[in-house]
Design a protein around this ligand. Sequence first.
Ligand code: TXA
Ligand code: MG
Length: 418
Amino acid sequence: IEYDESEEADAHAGTLKHAAKELTTTDYPVAFPTETVYGLGADATRSSAVNAIFAAKGRPADNPLIVHVHSLPQLRALLLGKREVTGDGKEGGKDPIPDIYRPVIERFWPGPVTIILPVPDNSVLAPEVTAGLPTFGARMPRSIIALSLLRLCGRPLAAPSANASTRPSPTAAEHVHDDLSTKVRIIIDGGPCEVGVESTVIDGLSSPPAILRPGGVTVEQLRQCPGWESVVVGYKDKQAEDSSKPRAPGMKYRHYSPKAPVVLFEAGAGKPVFEELRTKSSIGIIRTKSWEPVCNLAAEKTGSSNTNRQASCFPTDAEVYPEPGVSSSRLANLLRSVVQHQIPHADHYIVKPEGIQAWDINLGAETENVARGLFSALRELDKKRVETIYVEGIDDKSGDDIAVAVMNRLRKAAEIRT
Ligand code: TXA
Ligand code: MG
């Protein structure tokens, strides 16, 4: 049978129409891919549909949802409290979208950045979407499937990540199925997500503007936008942060957590793990700095060059095994070698060769690949039922790549309070 592109397009169109019908005529949420992670969508203007999202995820009601739109006119309608989109959505030639966001929207939409906007008095959004806040988050995703679905629905879609609450976000349809198969009837499979971590949530209504959640658009990229030169992660003004209505809700909850505890290695923060390892029978290792040819799915896709190589922050031999004369490599290699019975004097190590099973996932040395593969790796190791997951952190000091978002998620997964 010859491959027929138009037939495939038709098949997709059928799927999307079916999904749009589910979203507009029932309260069942629909899971769909975006460029960041999979979202669990519902008509943002109907409380019953929005409530079904919270129920399916087991999400606390005080954690607001992001509203997804397919166009600026659709967003303007929301800001003016209108159900229908007319023309370009401006009223009397005035744009209801605050000026501060203009350069950000021009540069990054459609794309992985969510902006915080005021809820108008006559809002058509279901109040559950905003969890009672005077603001709502909005974003225009760049995934073609997400945009098409939004257009077909003709309604804004409230969509958090499509994981069960507290679990790592889903970056493949299979992850959604693992968490929510009994709760949703439709999961649109768009393959693995391009970015792999969620959108950057930014607040331009505060002064100075703030990043509430680092994500797919980097700190440095934002700083290049007029008005955003001094943006930092978190509110500069401590008062705004401490006020009784937190403006970054949801951050207080447990997040991105696999079933196994996560131990994160960060540069300069050595951890005495070897004693602890003695008690384990099965562990997972996620490596992020390879001195070997990279062999992971994400890297294969883009072709990996090792230009972004960083010094490992797994503990050095000296830190974990200060006995001179016993040479090996760093933690990951050591463990693997021990497991593979390759070190002649393995008995010298605290880890017993036959005693421990290690699942080793190498995400490669490129930050984008680490971001793309991270949540999937955490989920994969959970499926192996490992007791603890050891993760090699990456350097997030510079702010000019997605490492800030990666380390933010990892510190939360490891329950390190910052
Ligand atoms: O990339 C993404 O943003 C994905 C995809 C599906 O679009 N969505 C996502 O949604 O990550 P969720 O619900 O998992 O995370 C939404 C974040 C939460 O941290 C929430 O607290 C914050 O956005 N948020 C939503 N509305 C807000 C508001 N009015 N003020 C402050 N933060 C808000
Ligand atoms: Mg989420």
